[in-house]
Design a protein around this ligand. Structure first.
Ligand SMILES: Nc1ncnc2c1ncn2[C@@H]1O[C@H](COP(=O)(O)OP(=O)(O)OP(=O)(O)O)[C@@H](O)[C@H]1O
Ligand SMILES: [Mg+2]
Length: 238
């Protein structure tokens, strides 16, 4: 479904992404892992059209999306839920959700998306008229994800969705990621929570200094010595 090849990006000459290639298949969960500053957010912003790559190809179901603006990318079926929740605190839950469907012109499709997300997030359905700013941090994160789903994407990119969540809510978040996939949506998951991500993903990529240094199935990466040492603190030599 998504095929990224040789992606490059630099901030004022400082190279952040240096030749990343990765793929996400239909209804696959793919993890994108790496230390702080490895280039994960920059990579996904380039894919979502929030930043314009210096070089590289981004093919999505046959369309070439590299360098296209985010509203164009959204119409092709890719949504990014960015790092930090960026919901509108002064708007109600439902109004926040409506904002996620800004690129959808068909009112019937919009209503279907609303039904879909309120069914997937019963907690948001209960609180649909509440001001978003009064929701708990965990609920705001759910709202950010739900808003991303309002454009009826084929691929959702989640940038550190578990960041700042209480440990007791993190498991629920990973269950949610799986249930989104079970409804036919592919997921590119950027996460610090390496162990949980590798358990639920089909495949994963490890970024270091803007390059993919390792890739494999979730199971392979969980068992990998480098991954264990670098992220899980459990390697043989750790
Ligand atoms: N707006 C910016 N201006 C200048 N440099 C930036 C900017 N955003 C990121 N960088 C730099 O680009 C590199 C990659 O950053 P990026 O945010 O993509 O990493 P990341 O893997 O998402 O890290 P984190 O895990 O901390 O979110 C880092 O060296 C970072 O300092
Ligand atoms: Mg980041």
């Amino acid at each position: 479904m998504l095929k990224v090849e040789d992606l490059h990006y630099a901030y004022d000459g400082a190279i952040a992404v240096a030749g990343v290639s990765l793929e996400v298949g239909d209804t696959e969960i793919v993890a994108l892992l790496g230390a702080n500053g490895a280039g994960k957010s920059t990579t996904v912003k380039c894919i979502a059209g929030a930043q314009r790559p210096a070089r590289g190809r981004i093919a999505f179901n046959g369309a070439e999306l590299a360098g296209r603006p985010s509203h164009h990318v959204v119409r092709h079926g890719i949504t990014l839920v960015p790092e930090g929740r960026m919901i509108f605190p002064q708007l109600s839950v439902v109004d926040n959700l409506e904002m996620g469907a800004y690129a959808v012109r068909d009112q019937k499709a919009k209503a279907q998306s609303m039904d879909f997300v309120l069914d997937l997030f019963p907690r948001l359905a209960e609180r649909r008229s509440q001001l978003a700013g009064l929701m708990s941090g965990g609920e705001q994160q759910m709202l950010a994800i739900a808003r991303g789903l309002m454009s009826a994407p084929k691929l959702v990119i989640l940038d550190e969705p578990s960041l700042g969540l209480m440990p007791t809510l993190v498991q629920g978040l990973f269950d949610l990621v799986r249930s989104i996939r079970d409804r036919g949506i592919g997921i590119l998951l950027v996460e610090q929570n390496v162990h949980q991500s590798l358990r639920i993903c089909d495949r994963g990529y490890v970024l270091e200094k803007g390059q993919v240094v390792l890739s494999g199935t979730g199971r392979e990466l969980l068992a990998d010595d480098f991954v264990q040492k670098a992220f899980l603190g459990t390697g043989a030599a750790a």
